[in-house]
Design a protein around this ligand. Structure first.
Ligand SMILES: NC(=O)c1ccc[n+]([C@@H]2O[C@H](COP(=O)([O-])OP(=O)(O)OC[C@H]3O[C@@H](n4cnc5c(N)ncnc54)[C@H](OP(=O)(O)O)[C@@H]3O)[C@@H](O)[C@H]2O)c1
Length: 321
């Protein structure tokens, strides 16, 4: 059993030396803390960032905080399938032990990605799906590979509307965000089911960080919102949101607790799972709803052109159901 949440702290993370990790969106917020903490513990961390400048600045901060850490920056824009393919094609390590699918946008105004997808669906779900699929051969080359996908408890209020997943029939930013984060949970769970069916020794976890002070509501496309919005959000963040390291705990827990089972969904254990210490929660509806998960998977393969099969991983290699 994983350790009880009250006994786990960031200090209990075991030595990560020899572990090779990718953290997407590692230049800001939860991703930056996740990357820094893993690097401090000895992992070799690849900071996958859409802006080379912001990525380099994050690397400088990391190396200043953890001199001698093993870290590098690579460019990755999850809103552009060509960039995702270039990242995967350029992978020159012999394997990948940990992929933290952290990058995301939230509550942004309507926009489409380079490939024409609504940006929250396109970046948060389809980009994450495509990246994981393209990196799968490298994950399969690691005996203890993990994929950690950052969802949100906002997913609980969302239902996937397959007629409007890509804002074909209308757009409300909260709905689009909620759907994209629910898609993250469906994806993480279905990835585990498919890895199990294929005999691939990979563990896929989803996490929710809880309310966390980051740039997610004020940076990127949200920085172009009006002054009133930004003032209100900043006040709300000061009052209700926790410091960034608190929000990175669920990702770090899912990435490092040795005997955490694949398919876990790790959330903060406090009221409404918005704050507290990390704990795995079982029986979430999206984790049990295999029909919707498969439908989303098929659609995601079609939209991204990234098939997860065949997996040439030297494992059991059974065809997936
Ligand atoms: N903060 C919360 O309360 C909260 C709650 C629930 C879930 N989450 C989730 O936590 C994750 C991390 O967000 P955060 O709160 O730490 O926000 P953040 O500070 O804004 O960090 C988000 C990161 O994602 C990157 N990103 C955005 N679009 C990208 C793209 N197209 N390609 C590659 N990277 C991209 C950002 O890069 P740039 O700096 O270049 O924009 C940034 O590095 C997100 O998935 C978010 O949905 C956060």
């Amino acid at each position: 059993m994983p350790p009880a949440s009250r006994t786990w702290t960031v200090d209990s993370i075991p030595d990560q030396s020899g572990r090779l990790a990718v953290v997407t969106g590692a230049n800001s917020g939860i991703g930056q803390v996740t990357a820094e903490t893993l690097a401090r513990r000895g992992a070799h961390v690849v900071l996958a960032c859409r802006s080379p400048e912001r990525g380099r600045a994050a690397l400088d901060r990391l190396l200043a905080a953890a001199p001698g850490a093993r870290a590098e920056v690579r460019r990755l824009d999850l809103g552009d399938l060509a960039s995702i393919r270039a990242f995967a094609d350029g992978w020159d390590h012999d394997r990948l032990d940990l992929l933290v699918n952290n990058a995301g946008v939230a509550m942004v105004p309507f926009a489409r990605t380079a490939d024409g997808f609504e940006s929250q669906f396109g970046i948060n779900h389809l980009g994450t799906f495509a990246l994981t699929g393209l990196l799968l051969p490298h994950l399969a080359a690691s005996p203890g590979a993990r994929v950690v996908t950052v969802s949100s408890e906002g997913q609980r209020f969302a239902r996937l509307d397959f007629d409007n997943l890509d804002a074909e029939r209308g757009f409300r930013t909260t709905v689009a965000y909620g759907q994209s984060k629910r898609a993250n949970l469906y994806f993480a769970t279905e990835l585990q089911r498919r890895a199990d069916a294929a005999g691939l020794p990979l563990r896929s976890m989803a996490v929710a960080p809880g309310l966390t002070r980051t740039n997610v509501l004020t940076g990127g496309a949200n920085s172009r919102r009006g002054r009133l919005y930004r003032t209100l959000i900043r006040s709300l963040m000061r009052l209700a949101f926790r410091p960034t390291p608190e929000g990175a705990k669920t990702s770090l827990y899912a990435a490092t607790v040795a005997d955490l089972p694949g398919g876990s969904y790790v959330v903060p254990d406090g009221p409404f799972q918005l704050r507290g210490e990390p704990v795995p929660r079982h029986g979430e509806r999206a984790q049990l709803d295999t029909g919707t998960a498969r439908r989303l998977w098929d659609l995601s393969e079609k939209l991204t052109g990234v098939p997860f099969l065949p997996w040439d991983h030297g494992g059991a290699g059974r065809p997936l159901p």
